[in-house]
Write a protein that binds this ligand. Structure first.
Ligand code: FCA
Length: 324
């Protein structure tokens, strides 16, 4: 009697595997700031991966921890098998991992690397991010070169660091810029911090306004931060004080619409440049990696870091054509 029961059990297991294998693949793409052009671009490229590989992409904005947890449960309810995430707070890392495991979802992070309770990166969650420190150095070098080209005396220039130090990649980026400025001979005492409360233009604008008002002795400025929105906020705040393209050099990080809109203006603004990074790699490749993980059981590389290139009005047409 035992043998037929076992055989039936084996047959039914085999059948359920077969059904599972034929299940349509569904992958979530969760981002902290859905309205930001960078994340829109990532989503667009992830959609392309979905089209090319034949899976369904579920895009969800997760501006806070509560929405993020609900989104993960929602993906499970929809029978998704995995997701890519840029979390609203990297300290939610342990919660993300726990929930993904509980719901049997594969998870990979993008842009902002998740950390555990001790603030250490969670090595078991594969990650693709930018090489923050190197890219920050490119920003600093770009600022130093442009100051030199304009014949500015660094002793009379303020450097505005729009800061968001609770996010490790943001801190690395601005630290890279600070180090490159220092190496170029820029006086450290002239570096002014403007801590922002979120990573958008409005909060950078508010932070920059306070710093510029406090340090009104500087008539010329350079500005940098974690992304284009941070630098745009600084540029707009400077404009409010009458400091325009001839007295402000801002270099952001991104190269999405936020920067391109500035370059498209007929008259140059203080938004001098950006280090263009690749939403295609971050959107397309991460989604494709999770797809590969689900369908072929090949996990993504533990960490992938991407590079950037300085883009200004001079080379933006060329670089945009190259497709980032
Ligand atoms: C972080 C920033 C984004 C973008 C991304 C690559 O998530 O908040 O603006 O720069 O890294």
């Amino acid at each position: 009697m035992k043998i037929p029961v076992l055989a039936a059990a084996v047959a039914s297991t085999a059948l359920s595997f077969a059904v599972q294998a034929a299940d349509p693949v569904k992958i979530g793409f969760l981002v902290k700031q859905a309205e930001e052009p960078w994340f829109q671009d990532e989503w667009r490229h992830a959609e392309q991966a979905a089209k090319d590989k034949g899976f369904t992409l579920v895009k969800i904005g997760v501006p806070n921890g509560e929405k993020m947890m609900a989104a993960i449960d929602n993906l499970a309810a929809q029978k998704a098998q995995g997701f890519v995430i840029c979390a609203p707070d990297v300290k939610l890392g342990a919660a993300v991992e726990r929930q993904a495991k509980r719901q049997n979802l594969k998870v990979m992070s993008v842009d902002d690397r998740l950390v555990n309770g001790a603030g250490k990166p969670i090595a078991s969650i594969p990650h693709m991010g930018i090489s923050g420190y190197e890219i920050g150095r490119q920003v600093g070098q770009g600022l130093a070169e442009e100051m030199k080209a304009r014949g500015w005396n660094p002793a009379e220039v303020g450097a505005l660091r729009v800061a968001y130090d609770q996010l490790p990649t943001a801190k690395e980026r601005t630290q890279g810029a600070v180090d490159a400025l220092k190496e170029a001979g820029f006086p450290v005492a002239n570096i002014v911090d403007a801590p922002q409360t979120r990573t958008d233009t409005e909060s950078a604008f508010n932070a920059a306004n306070i710093a510029l008002t406090k340090q009104a002795r500087f008539k010329r400025w350079v500005a940098f931060g974690l992304n284009d929105e941070a630098v745009l906020g600084a540029v707009r705040a400077a404009e409010g004080r009458g400091l325009r393209a001839d007295s402000m050099i801002g270099i952001g990080i991104g190269g999405s619409k936020t920067a391109l809109n500035e370059f498209a203006k007929p008259v140059a603004t203080g938004f001098y440049g950006t280090v263009q990074i690749s939403p295609k790699r971050h959107g397309y490749e991460t989604a494709a990696m999770v797809y590969q993980w689900i369908t072929a059981n090949q996990a993504p590389a533990p960490v992938t870091l991407t590079k950037g290139q300085l883009m200004t009005r001079k080379n933006q047409a060329e670089l945009t054509k190259a497709g980032g």
